[in-house]
Design a protein around this ligand. Structure first.
Ligand code: PHB
Length: 389
């Protein structure tokens, strides 16, 4: 098989790229280890930045999103029982967040790609990347029916996440890796509960952080900071609700938390990871294959889509005019935004957790939250980063 571009991985990065280049007449194929129904139902992120929505609109793939997504321009902080809001949209040109679950984005991208004749192979296994430094790298895989296939292409887009084969196909030492373990764990909860809030809530109590994030009219996402080493089974559903009630409690308000059936409970070890450069020969890394960010600030899916837009433009230029400029600057173009997001996420992690590495950091978090509550200038900077620069 021969294709101009082989895309490894059908998540937001790979599928955005595939739609973008296919619409410009560049032939490509997408291969994915999971089944179509798995990728279309995997609950992950849920917040799209204005810029990501604009890109989906330009691909003609935002109709359902624009109809169904809730728009948000305010978030709330609760510190020891007292609340304050930050209207980030008003502070940053009216740009809002769109709450639209990642699996819905994936559904729309798969639909759009297949409708325009795209080729996606689901349930492939034993993926191998070869000859990455030659001008015709290849990707071998076993397809769902057991046939071994090899695709030769001009470029390989590695969009298969942190645990995928793309990054690990690059020889040791060719990439510089930047890793940070934040020393924080969250119990992540998905519940069949209607939202108890119109705005994302970040709550901080003596015993830790709790977050109330939005997904849909019937499903909500909650996060609880838990001791490092916690297992999901350490927490009964009753204990989860009890902790959420306690951490969200307000002194002077009749606000209540609506409970619901817990449909997912996992532990998330907060870490950050970036590789430089984001390419090796003709292999380009996109999304989680190149960088992991904490969920704080909701940047992950948006960074992945930005990588896709950047690499897509570089390929369109290359095939249109022969220019390699975009390919050469792909990594540095993406990394500027990635590091800016990492810096913001880290800043926010330290603001919304107690005692991240010592009681000293607990006091710094309090000072930072007070600054945010009091200072219009500080809130404006927060808004710029939160909305997405
Ligand atoms: C989420 O929707 O899961 C989310 C939103 C905002 C955050 C973190 C997570 O800061």
């Amino acid at each position: 098989m021969k294709r101009s571009v082989t895309v490894v991985g059908a998540g937001p990065a790979g599928l955005t790229l595939a739609n973008l280049i296919q619409q410009s007449g560049i032939d490509c194929i997408v291969i994915e280890k999971a089944s179509r129904s798995q990728v279309e139902t995997r609950p992950r992120a849920g917040v799209l930045e204005h810029r990501s929505v604009t890109m989906l609109e330009s691909l003609g793939l935002a109709d359902r999103l624009l109809m169904e997504a809730d728009r948000h321009g305010t978030c709330e902080f609760r510190v020891s029982g007292k609340a304050f809001q930050v209207s980030y949209s008003d502070l940053y040109g009216g740009r809002e967040h769109f709450v639209y679950p990642q699996q819905e984005v994936v559904k729309d991208l798969i639909g759009g790609f297949l409708d325009s004749g795209g080729d996606i192979r689901f349930e492939v296994s034993d993926v191998e990347l070869r000859d990455l430094t030659s001008s015709s790298p290849s990707v071998a895989f076993t397809s769902a029916d057991g046939t071994r296939e090899t695709i030769t292409s001009d470029f390989v887009a590695g969009c298969d996440g942190f645990h995928g084969v793309s990054r690990t196909s690059i020889p040791e030492g060719a990439l510089q890796e930047f890793t940070h373990h934040h020393g924080i764990e969250w119990l992540t909860i998905l519940a069949e509960a209607p939202p108890s809030t119109k705005a994302t809530i970040y709550a901080l109590q003596d015993d830790g952080f709790a977050g109330h994030m939005l997904r849909s009219a019937t499903v909500s996402r909650f996060y609880l900071q838990v001791p490092v080493g916690t297992k999901p089974s350490d927490w009964s559903d009753e204990q989860v609700w009890e902790a959420l009630h306690k951490r969200f409690a307000l002194h002077e308000s009749s606000w209540t938390l609506t409970e619901g059936k817990i449909i997912e409970k996992r532990v998330l070890d907060m870490r950050s990871h970036v590789v430089e450069p984001m390419s090796y020969g003709r292999l380009y890394l996109l999304g989680d294959a190149a960088h992991i960010i904490t969920p704080v600030g909701a940047k992950g899916m948006n960074l992945a889509m930005n990588d896709a837009a950047t690499f897509g433009r570089a390929l369109i230029d290359f095939y249109g005019t022969g220019s390699e400029t975009g390919l050469k600057t792909y990594s540095e173009d993406c990394l500027r935004r990635i590091w800016r997001a990492q810096e913001f996420s880290q800043w926010m992690v330290n603001m919304i957790h107690t005692d991240v590495s010592s009681p000293f950091f607990g006091r710094l978090a309090q000072a930072r939250l007070e600054h945010l509550a009091e200072s219009p200038a500080y809130r404006a900077t927060f808004a710029e980063n939160y909305v997405g620069p």
